[in-house]
Design a protein around this ligand. Structure first.
Ligand SMILES: Nc1ncnc2c1ncn2[C@@H]1O[C@H](COP(=O)(O)OP(=O)(O)OP(=O)(O)O)[C@@H](O)[C@H]1O
Ligand SMILES: [Mg+2]
Length: 349
C-alpha cells in the first residue's frame, strides 16, 4: 500500500481531512455569487479547500462552472490575463467550440494554441502583439460575463496578493474591480496567504478592492476531526494507533495541516519497520528536522545578529513575555523596540 500522506501539494478526496463546515460555507457563498476573500497563514489548506469544493461541484453535478487560476509567480497584468486564458477550457472543454467562441467575441487580436505539457490538454494564450492589454482584459471579462449568462460561474484567483506587486497595480486593481462589480452571476474567490498584503488590498479605503469581498479566514482543523481522519488513513496500512497518541501528534504541531501530513508521512514509513513505542514521536520529529536541516540553516544564516537574538528570545521564552527586561537581558538585546522591528520585518517577509 502506497503511503497515503502528502505534504507538498494540495489535497482532495480521502487525503482531505474534514473541513465540512468550511466546504458548506464556501459553497453557500458561491451559490449566492458573493465574492470571498479566503486567507490564512501559509500552508493551512486554502488551495486544497478550493479544489475540494470545486470537485464537490463536479461530483454533485451542480450547474456551476469552475475556474481555478493560480497567480503565483505572475509579475504583470499580461501574465495575469494569460493565466486566465490558459484555464478557459475548464469552462468549455471542447477546444473547437472555445476557439469559435473566442473568435466571435474577441476579433481584434489573435491567439496561440498549445498543449500544456503537464495535463496534455490544449491551452490558449492571447497574442499581445496585435492589441493592448486593456482591450484584451476588457474582452476577456466580457467573455466571462457571457459564459455566466448560461450558468453560474465561480472563479478562484489563488495567490491574489501577487497582483499588488505588479508595476501598475493600482490601475489594474481598479480596472479589475470595475469588471468584477458588473458580474452578478460570478462568484470571485480571492485567496492568498500574505495576510498584511491582502488586508491592505481589501481593507484600506484607498484601495480598489475595499470591502469587495466577504472575509473568510481559514482556521486550523479541529483535533477531533484529525483523530478520526488519521485513524482511517492508517487503517489502510493495517496500522492501529491509540487515540491519545494521535491527539499528542496533533497537539505537537498545533493542528497545522501541512506539518501533520508531513509527520504522518514519516510515521507511516516508520511503522512499516517498527511498531509504535514511547520514542516514536521524538524519533520522527528528529527526522523531519534533519530532512529540512539545510533550509533551516540557510534561514538562520540570512538573519541579522539582532534577528538571531530575537529568535532565541522567542524560543527561550516559549513566545511569552518577550518585552520583559529580564527576558531581553538573557539574549543581550538592549531595547524592546529592536524586538518590535524584527517582528515587523519578519511579518512583511
Ligand atoms: N483538509 C486537509 N486535510 C489534510 N491535510 C491538509 C488539508 N488541507 C491542507 N492540508 C495539508 O497542507 C498542505 C498545504 O495545503 P495547501 O497547499 O492547500 O495550503 P495553502 O494554504 O494553499 O498553502 P500556501 O499558503 O502555500 O498557498 C497540503 O499539502 C496538505 O499536506
Ligand atoms: Mg495555496
Amino acid at each position: 500500500m502506497k503511503n497515503p500522506f502528502t505534504y507538498s501539494n494540495f489535497v482532495t478526496g480521502p487525503s482531505f481531512c474534514n473541513r465540512i463546515k468550511e466546504q458548506r460555507e464556501l459553497l453557500e457563498f458561491i451559490t449566492a455569487s458573493q465574492n470571498v476573500l479566503l486567507y490564512s497563514h501559509r500552508r493551512t489548506g486554502k488551495s486544497s479547500l478550493i479544489k475540494q469544493v470545486f470537485q464537490n461541484i463536479k461530483e454533485q453535478k451542480l450547474d456551476i462552472g469552475t475556474l481555478y487560476i493560480d497567480l503565483y509567480g505572475t509579475t504583470s497584468e499580461k501574465e495575469f490575463i494569460t493565466r486566465v486564458f490558459q484555464q478557459l477550457n475548464a469552462l468549455e472543454s471542447n477546444t473547437n467550440k472555445l476557439l469559435n467562441l473566442l473568435k466571435n467575441s474577441i476579433n481584434k487580436f489573435s491567439f496561440q494554441l498549445s498543449i500544456d505539457p503537464t495535463t496534455s490538454s490544449p491551452t490558449i494564450a492571447p497574442s499581445f502583439k496585435a492589441a493592448d492589454e486593456n482591450l484584451i482584459l476588457k474582452n476577456l471579462m466580457e467573455l466571462l460575463a457571457k459564459f455566466s449568462e448560461k450558468r453560474k460561474i465561480v472563479i478562484a484567483f489563488d495567490e491574489f496578493q501577487e497582483v499588488a506587486k505588479y508595476t501598475n497595480a493600482d490601475l489594474f486593481e481598479k480596472q479589475l474591480r470595475s469588471y468584477v462589480q458588473q458580474h452578478s452571476n460570478i462568484c470571485y474567490i480571492f485567496s492568498g496567504s500574505q495576510q498584511h498584503l491582502l488586508t491592505a488590498m481589501f481593507e484600506s479605503q484607498k484601495k480598489a478592492f475595499y470591502q469587495q469581498a466577504a472575509s473568510f479566514p481559514l482556521k486550523e482543523i479541529e483535533t477531533k476531526h484529525y483523530i478520526l481522519w488519521m485513524k482511517k488513513m492508517f487503517k489502510r496500512g493495517n496500522f492501529s494507533i491509540e487515540n491519545d497518541n494521535l491527539k499528542q501528534i496533533v497537539e505537537q504541531f498545533q493542528n497545522h495541516p501541512m506539518y501533520i501530513q508531513l509527520f504522518c508521512f514519516f510515521l507511516w514509513r516508520e511503522l512499516r519497520q517498527t511498531p509504535w513505542n514511547a520514542a516514536t514521536i521524538n524519533k520522527i520529529e528528529r527526522s523531519m528536522i534533519e530532512q529540512k536541516h539545510l533550509e533551516y540553516q540557510i534561514l538562520w544564516d540570512n538573519l541579522s545578529l539582532n534577528q538571531k537574538k530575537t529568535l532565541k528570545l522567542v524560543l527561550l521564552n516559549d513566545g511569552q513575555n518577550l518585552f520583559f527586561a529580564e527576558a531581553l537581558i538573557t539574549v543581550n538585546i538592549k531595547t524592546a523596540s529592536m524586538v518590535t522591528r524584527c517582528f515587523k520585518s519578519w511579518s512583511e517577509k
